[in-house]
Design a protein around this ligand. Structure first.
Ligand code: AMP
Ligand code: AMP
Length: 348
């Protein structure tokens, strides 16, 4: 469903809105820093953080996310501009996001490309990025692989195997009923998540920051000896618990800029996503000891790895000389769009 975009050039006629989870604190704080009003929609019982940090002008409570549509009229009335994030997409699903009437920051059509592994791969390969090999069936496994269940919440349930037998040993025992998975070559290296911001207004690409994830138990099994791991029959899992800031080797920066640019360029050719990718996005990479950069996923929206940078990152300091989180960068883009009469350009 579409609605006409308001034409007011006064930022006070709009409110930046998001769902209470994931990166909401940063998004709300960033809106404040840019002098814009904000609101957060929380599931009852999860509003504590937004109250405690005092970052929200308004908190709307719902019993459940199925009630989103019931409050959407309120959001439309307030000229709310919705900022999507990981939890928003996870809880709403992309069909409901597509049907949303409230203003939406970003290109909705990209969501389908991002959430379908085959389409995502097509996009990233067309952009010339290096991707881990995929194995169509467990029987083809000839080297270490990582098995990812579709829609796995924050890495939960991922496991590593190095043969068809090992695959079945874990899958059949622990996840007998889950048959929607992808088998990806396990890349040995360090995970690096690169956070970009593509301005729809200026066409410029910025690198905002980098992070690595803090995952349970992948980040703790190294604390016990290999033989104890074997004795305890511990399987590696990747449940996301938090995020750790990273500054990368400076000579790698040009490669990351090029990768980001190619992904944006290629996004303009994606069916149903004519405006292309803009706003925040993240390339999820593994960098090997030979400094090859493999991309295993793209998130076409703000990622939680930007959360350590509420007051900016070393990179945003270089560019802005003032605190500039990704949340604030989004608000600034929206503010400039409103004031320049170009709001439609940042909405999807
Ligand atoms: P939550 O609202 O924290 O339960 O998260 C909802 C979804 O957002 C999860 O299924 C994750 O996929 C994603 N998510 C939440 N926090 C993070 C994070 N720190 N890093 C990556 N993904 C996250
Ligand atoms: P994801 O939920 O897809 O972002 O992945 C969760 C974690 O799994 C990442 O942080 C990595 O540590 C790990 N991972 C994902 N794909 C690969 C891969 N192809 N090779 C090695 N590690 C991976």
């Amino acid at each position: 469903m579409t609605r006409s975009t308001p034409t007011s050039r006064s930022t006070s006629d709009y409110v930046i809105a998001t769902m209470g989870s994931h990166t909401a604190l940063q998004i709300l704080h960033g809106a404040r820093q840019e002098g814009m009003r904000n609101l957060v929609v929380c599931k009852k019982g999860t509003e504590r953080a937004y109250k405690s940090y005092g970052v929200a002008d308004e908190i709307i409570l719902v019993d459940d996310w199925s009630a989103w549509e019931a409050i959407e009229g309120e959001l439309v009335k307030r000229n709310a501009i919705i900022i999507p994030h990981g939890s928003f997409i996870a809880y709403m699903g992309h069909d409901r996001v597509n049907d949303m009437r409230a203003m939406y920051f970003g290109t909705k059509g990209i969501l389908e490309w991002e959430s379908d592994r085959t389409m995502e791969r097509q996009w990233l390969e067309a952009a010339g990025l290096k991707l881990p090999r995929v194995f169509a069936t467990p029987e083809e496994i000839t080297k270490p692989v990582i098995v990812k269940f579709h829609g796995a919440g924050g890495g939960f349930g991922y496991f590593v195997a190095r043969s068809p037998e090992q695959f079945h040993e874990v899958k059949d025992r622990k996840y007998p009923d889950q048959n929607d998975y992808a088998i990806q070559e396990y890349i040995v290296g360090v995970p690096i998540y690169a956070h970009f911001f593509q301005s729809a207004l200026t066409g410029a690409l910025e690198i905002m920051s980098f992070d690595k994830r803090y995952e349970s138990n992948a980040d703790s099994i190294g604390r016990i000896k290999a033989e104890d791991q074997l004795a305890a029959n511990i399987h590696t899992s990747y449940t996301i618990v938090g995020n750790i800031p990273v500054v990368i080797r400076e000579s790698l920066l040009p490669a990351f800029f090029t990768m980001g640019e190619r992904v944006v360029e290629e996004s303009k050719k994606l069916k149903g996503a004519e405006k292309g990718l803009f706003g925040p996005f993240c390339l999820e990479c593994i960098v090997t000891r030979k400094l090859e950069i493999f991309v295993f996923e793209i998130s076409a929206r703000i990622v939680a790895g930007t959360n350590p940078f509420t007051m900016g990152s070393p990179y945003s300091w270089l560019k802005y000389d003032e605190p500039m989180s990704t949340g604030r960068r989004i608000a600034r883009e929206i503010k400039q769009a409103i004031e320049g009469g170009k709001l439609q350009e940042v909405l999807g």
